[in-house]
Design a protein around this ligand. Structure first.
Ligand code: ADP
Ligand code: MG
Length: 487
């Protein structure tokens, strides 16, 4: 987490229900992040609020904790007849899933809590069915929420709290009209909470028009890179007569990967095409890699992210846009294959390592003529970046450098065609794989991620084939399930 440890408050200083405090403890959240510390007291009182802080600063928990408390306080038998009281709007499907995940984590002891993502790229039917059965919290994209409204599948008259998450991004994506249309449909006496990474005038406009007497909170540590990140910059010397620098960069990158041997690492590129090409090259040289970019279809995105989270992919090559807001544990290293255009993007990128008290390494590759850019970044962050110059790889070819790499993944991801809506739980899948039925040992099973309509399970490489076969031959919760290697 990106904050100094000087005088941070624990969640104990808030008056929260015992069960929520327990869950927070279980999750290992020891202190509040600055945005949580400053916004939670107001949000728990039910005040409207507009908050700004950078990615990864814990905004989701800041708005989720009050929602869960309210549910408990005002509706002690909330599980019996779920009523839709909270609507959360997020810009993308990925972010909706992430927010839903965090709510389920925090709501672990709210037995019977129903959280439903409402996003496009999925059939309407199951979402309408789930709404009909009743949910407490819906997390949707503006587009899909409007679709469901127009089909009269969604009733917003009981909404008590509206949350606009990443509001600036929704505006960037052109959702203003949709957002306003939804806002006009909501009851007047609702609470309106707005979180954003930036405060452009269009956000002010929304706030003025749709919030009441809103508290405004800005956390101003945008420019300070995390203290426990080692920053280095490797100079890339273009080989003589070489006009295409990609190969030169790739050499230095492979060299760095060899030095670092990261368990989990993100590499940033400036263009989609480079993400694809770089990931392909890395894979060719035996590095377990995947690409995350804007042109991926949602299922591919889900699959790549699941693989990265469960250690089936060690290196994720991403563009800034595609990586925005994604939720992964702190990783060992972030590498800038190219320097970003703007300094704040640099800070944003490297902030994905060195989180939660862990140490991290941020490496940037630069060409000799980009020294000035590097200096601009240093001025912006006010932290020196160590230069590593003169590494001459012109005599070694790529495969020679790559030979030293040990960057295969330990795990393989299986895709199962059943999910939460089929009442599948991690224990069911674990049970099918281990014990007499599956014959595998628990130590060979990694992360099990249950989504609404499908699941991913990571298994050790050595037993992947057996795991696949035994799941195909057997049954899970008494039913046949389609199982394949995740694409
Ligand atoms: P944001 O929305 O500000 O980008 P998130 O809400 O996605 O950030 O939180 C980033 C990560 O930090 C998540 O993995 C979340 O579980 C974790 N987190 C949230 N609050 C705390 C806390 N108080 N202490 C430690 N980790 C936290
Ligand atoms: Mg967020």
């Amino acid at each position: 987490m990106a904050h100094s440890t000087a005088h941070m408050k624990s969640f104990e200083s808030l008056s929260l229900s015992a069960k929520l405090k327990e869950v927070i403890k279980d999750l290992g959240y020891q202190t509040m992040t600055p945005i949580q510390e400053q916004s939670l007291p107001y949000l728990l009182e039910g005040r409207d609020l507009i908050g700004q802080s950078k990615t990864g600063s814990g905004k989701t928990a800041a708005f989720t904790i009050p929602v869960l408390e309210k549910l408990d306080r005002e509706n002690s038998d909330f599980q019996r007849a779920p009523k839709l009281e909270t609507l959360i709007l997020c810009p993308t499907r990925e972010l909706c899933m992430q927010v839903a995940r965090e709510i389920r984590k925090l709501g672990k002891k709210h037995i019977g809590l129903q959280v439903l993502p409402l996003t496009g790229g999925q059939p309407l039917g199951p979402q309408m069915f789930a709404l009909d059965k009743g949910v407490h919290i819906a997390v949707g994209t503006p587009g899909r929420v409007l679709d469901l409204l127009s089909k009269r599948a969604l009733d917003l008259r009981g909404i008590k709290t509206l949350i606009l998450d990443e509001a600036d991004r929704m505006l960037d994506m052109g959702f203003q009209d949709e957002m306003e249309e939804i806002l006009r449909d909501l009851p007047d006496n609702r609470h309106t909470v707005l979180f954003s990474a930036t405060f452009p005038p269009s956000i002010d406009f929304l706030s003025q028009k749709y919030q009441k007497d809103a508290i405004r909170i800005t956390i101003n540590d945008e420019n300070a890179p995390l203290p426990n990140i080692t920053q280095q910059a490797y100079e890339v010397l273009p080989s003589e007569g070489e006009t295409y620098e990609f190969t030169d960069r790739l050499k230095v990158l492979l060299f760095c990967l060899g030095e670092l041997s990261p368990e989990a690492c993100m590499i940033f590129v400036n263009f989609k095409a480079d993400a694809v090409e770089l990931s392909r090259e890395l894979t060719h040289f035996g590095v377990s890699a995947g690409a995350l970019h804007g042109d991926l279809e949602q299922p591919e995105r889900d699959s790549i992210m699941a693989k990265f989270r469960n250690q089936s992919i060690r290196v994720l090559v991403a563009t800034d846009v595609a990586a925005r807001g994604i939720d992964v544990e702190s990783m060992d290293a972030v590498i800038n294959f190219e320097l970003p255009q703007k300094s704040d993007v640099y800070v944003h990128r490297i902030g994905r390592t060195g989180r939660a008290g862990k140490s991290g390494v941020a490496i940037s590759l630069y060409l000799p003529h980009q020294k000035i850019k590097l200096e601009t970044i240093e001025k912006f962050t006010n932290v020196p970046i160590e230069r590593i110059e003169g590494i001459d790889l012109s005599d070694s070819d790529l495969s020679e450098i790559a030979r030293k790499l040990k960057l295969e993944a330990k795990m393989v991801t299986l895709y199962l065609s059943v999910g939460r809506k089929n009442k599948m739980r991690p224990g069911d899948i674990l049970g099918a794989l281990t014990g007499e039925a599956g014959g595998l040992e628990a130590k060979d099973i990694g992360k099990i991620e249950i989504q609404d309509f499908f699941s991913f399970v990571a298994v050790s490489k050595g037993v992947a084939k057996r795991a696949l076969q035994s799941l195909r031959d057997g049954r899970i919760k008494g039913r046949k399930v389609r199982v394949e290697y995740a694409r």
